[in-house]
Design a protein around this ligand. Structure first.
Ligand SMILES: Cc1cc2nc3c(=O)[nH]c(=O)nc-3n(C[C@H](O)[C@H](O)[C@H](O)COP(=O)(O)O)c2cc1C
Length: 193
């Protein structure tokens, strides 16, 4: 993966396509008053966790030399705010994002969460083809939030089907995006006090 300067807000884009999730991620980044970075999970090399449990014993992950996860974990650990956006796939998140979450287990270890991550302000959003499916965000991302002890700023669900739906109707999501940006900027400012 390309190496970039450390970001104060790290935005994880969990969609494989240049669609609605990516649009929201780009809009958030453009509205930040501090450095932000988007990582598109689909474009990273992320091998699936084999369940060896080395990380539970605080041993190095055997896959870390072979893929992009070390840099992704460092980008998360060095951020002040973490944002995760995902399309709704089967009432949860796409497999590649799920695979990335599995590989965050070194943060969790034997239950003592990495202190750089524990309590980090966190915002999540999901875009799905059907309306009123907010419960799917918790199904897809609730474990990430709970196990790492992230402090949720807010959670958003928007309906869109085709890749350009939200781009064509920006007013449908304008209020939510403004709200997200305001909360992220405030959380980053508060973390510097
Ligand atoms: C494999 C797959 C599974 C999907 N499953 C659901 C689903 O369970 N519920 C839903 O509301 N939409 C579902 N959708 C529709 C997407 O969530 C929708 O097209 C969304 O706009 C995709 O976001 P994106 O443009 O950011 O990729 C699914 C789409 C795909 C490709």
């Amino acid at each position: 993966m390309e190496h970039e300067a450390p970001a104060e807000t790290l935005i994880i884009d969990g969609s494989p396509r240049a669609g609605n999730t990516q649009y929201v991620c780009e809009r958030i980044k453009a509205g930040l008053d501090h450095p932000g970075r988007i990582i598109k999970v689909f474009n990273q090399k992320i091998l699936p966790c084999t369940g060896c449990m080395a990380c539970n014993k605080k041993l190095p992950c055997g896959l870390d030399k072979k893929d992009d996860m070390p840099e992704i974990r460092e980008a998360i650990a060095n951020a002040r705010v973490l944002v995760v956006g995902a399309p709704n796939y089967w009432d949860g998140v796409p497999g590649h994002l799920r695979t990335m979450i599995d590989r965050l287990n070194p943060f969790f270890g034997d239950g003592h969460v990495d202190e750089r991550v524990y309590g980090m302000p966190y915002l999540q959003f999901m875009v799905g083809g059907r309306a009123d499916q907010d419960f799917c965000i918790e199904q897809g991302l609730g474990g990430l939030k709970r196990h790492l002890g992230l402090q949720q700023l807010d959670s958003y669900y928007s309906q869109a089907v085709k890749p350009r739906d939200l781009r064509k109707q920006p007013e449908a999501i304008q209020v939510a995006i403004d709200d997200m940006i305001r909360k992220i900027n405030a959380a980053v400012a508060a973390s510097k006090r």
